[in-house]
Design a protein around this ligand. Structure first.
Ligand SMILES: NC(=O)C1=CN([C@@H]2O[C@H](COP(=O)(O)OP(=O)(O)OC[C@H]3O[C@@H](n4cnc5c(N)ncnc54)[C@H](O)[C@@H]3O)[C@@H](O)[C@H]2O)C=CC1
Ligand SMILES: O=C([O-])CC(=O)C(=O)O
Length: 313
């Protein structure tokens, strides 16, 4: 039986659980929250949708009962505060690092073999926090951001070109923030380089909109997005539990790849039953390397803030 736990039954966690169940990605989903009754309610609602839509996945909700999460194959951590208008993702570090530390330790106690996917922000540094707390191999602790960021980029391109978003293949690198590095040189429309189909200035505008894509939604809604993020995390779970070996941008600790060490950044990987099966190293040009370095140095600064907070704790 494939069992997946989603910690945090808020907007992103509940959406992820709903996609996992609706698409029958696993047999059982356990939703956990600290708000009394909240996860139970969300799980019951998803279970009651099953007869209408027609799916078999069982959905269970618990309040802080980690014993019920035991022997999960994959755990998605979405617990933590979302940002409000005027905040950056990095502003969430103090609250969310405590939550991610605590939750990861409890998860590992009951599911030592689980592959962990972090969603909580600031994403790259929360992946670092979970990796430290779990003491697991770096291939088994990863962050979800790149699928979401490329989905935004692909959606904007599809709209501009008036074509199906399914036709757009893209990859993107770097931290999950305004320094992310979309890669138009590696973007195609059914195999046709996107640069042959769209003017450079329009493409530049789409790249800029993508970088600030999370903030655009926060401004519109007063809190951050959940449909695309929840679905993106579920897509990573699917690649792992079905050993699909799909290629996605995923946040992982770099250990010499791209000449970067000890930093958590989004890079193209092959995702399969062991987690990160392989990191793909692209032959970046000088401009792309410079953008990746800017992103690395920003993430490293936030990692240093995390280290200082922990040293003082
Ligand atoms: N990586 C990415 O691309 C994205 C990341 N995010 C991040 O995901 C996180 C969740 O966002 P939302 O679901 O919108 O927030 P939300 O506020 O709707 O849900 C968060 C849930 O976490 C729960 N929680 C807090 N502490 C907990 C603990 N110790 N144990 C279990 N549950 C706990 C809360 O009770 C709440 O139900 C935020 O940090 C947000 O910034 C959101 C969208 C995209
Ligand atoms: O923008 C936020 O705070 C949430 C997030 O990471 C995203 O939607 O990309």
């Amino acid at each position: 039986m494939t069992k997946v736990t989603v910690v945090g039954a808020g907007n992103v966690g509940a959406t992820c659980a709903d996609v996992l169940a609706t698409r029958e990605i696993c047999q059982e989903v356990v939703l956990v929250d600290i708000k009394e009754g909240f996860a139970e309610g969300k799980a019951l609602d998803i279970a009651q949708k099953a007869p209408v839509i027609g799916y078999d996945t069982r959905t269970v909700g618990v309040t802080g009962d980690y014993a019920r999460t035991a022997n999960s194959d994959v755990v998605v951590i979405t617990s933590g505060l979302p940002r409000k208008p005027g905040m950056t993702r990095d502003d969430l570090i103090a609250t969310n690092s405590k939550i991610v530390n605590e939750v990861t330790s409890k998860i590992i106690e009951h599911s030592p073999n689980a592959i962990i996917i972090i969603v909580s922000n600031p994403l790259d540094v929360m992946t670092y926090a979970a990796h430290l707390a779990s003491k697991k191999d770096r291939r088994q602790v990863m962050g979800m951001a790149g699928i979401l960021d490329t989905a935004r980029y692909r959606a904007f391109l599809a709209e501009a070109l008036d074509i199906s978003p399914k036709e757009i293949q893209a990859i993107l690198m770097g931290g999950h923030g305004d320094t992310m590095v979309p890669l138009p040189r590696y973007t195609t429309v059914a195999g046709i380089p996107v640069t042959e189909l769209i003017d450079a200035d329009k493409l530049d505008a789409i790249v800029e909109r993508t970088k600030k894509g999370g903030g655009e939604l926060v401004k519109l809604m007063g809190t951050s997005a959940w449909y695309a993020p929840g679905a993106a995390a579920a897509q990573m779970v699917e690649a792992i539990v079905k050993n699909q070996r799909r290629v996605f941008p995923v946040c992982v600790k770099l250990d010499g790849e791209y000449d970067i060490k000890d930093c958590y950044l989004g890079v193209p990987v092959i995702l399969g039953k062991n987690g990160i099966e392989k990191i793909i190293e692209l032959d970046l040009n000088d401009d792309e390397k410079a953008m990746l370095e800017t992103s690395r140095s920003h993430v490293k600064e936030v990692m240093d803030t995390f280290d200082k907070m922990n040293a003082g704790a």
